[in-house]
Design a protein around this ligand. Structure first.
Ligand code: ADP
Length: 163
């Protein structure tokens, strides 16, 4: 049976914490579709195209042959159904993530009972890491080495210092 998992998020930008979740998903699912949220209420710093292109670069650099990336908008469960994914993949860092994720998962379940959400716990060394922390450090000229995948570090650092 072929299982597809969709890993949705803002990825503004993609971090080593996201990578961690992605690698766990790769070991479980035949295909993992990273879904970059297009119309995020968060008004992202990186454009949708930039976020997709950076993830493409990570996929290539890390040779993740079972991973695809695309942007989407609209309801996540509709997007998942359209690509044949029965599982939504999310990461959990802290109790605060849990409350939000619990609510979203319950709503998604209501919208489509055939699709369920699976979670991976953040590694302890990444539990503090968020895209917003990377944006703040980068914008102030701090080093983001080790916080984002090496293949996109320079692009992110340059973009954040020049914004
Ligand atoms: P969203 O705006 O949908 O929350 P994010 O890009 O912030 O998008 O996060 C996408 C998913 O990755 C979320 O499930 C989030 O909890 C998870 N995630 C983010 N950072 C980490 C991390 N450091 N470790 C584990 N999971 C993470």
């Amino acid at each position: 049976m072929s299982h597809i998992g969709v890993y949705p998020g803002s990825f503004d930008p993609f971090t080593v914490g996201h990578m961690d979740v992605l690698l766990h998903a790769v070991s479980l699912f035949e295909t993992v579709q990273v879904g970059v949220l297009r119309n995020s209420a968060k008004s992202p710093v990186f454009t949708t195209e930039e976020r997709v292109t950076m993830i493409e670069r990570v996929i290539e650099a890390e040779k993740l042959s079972s991973v695809r990336v695309a942007s989407f908008d609209g309801l996540l469960v509709d997007y998942a159904a359209s690509i044949g994914a029965k599982y939504i993949i999310r990461g959990l860092r802290a109790i605060t993530d849990f409350e939000y994720e619990f609510q979203i998962a319950a709503l998604n379940r209501r919208l489509n009972r055939d699709i369920c959400t699976v979670y991976f716990m953040a590694s302890p060394e990444h539990s503090f890491l968020s895209s917003s922390a990377v944006r703040e450090i980068g914008a102030m000229g701090g080093s983001i080495e080790g916080l984002v995948p090496p293949s996109i570090e320079k692009t992110i650092a340059e973009r954040l210092t020049n914004q």
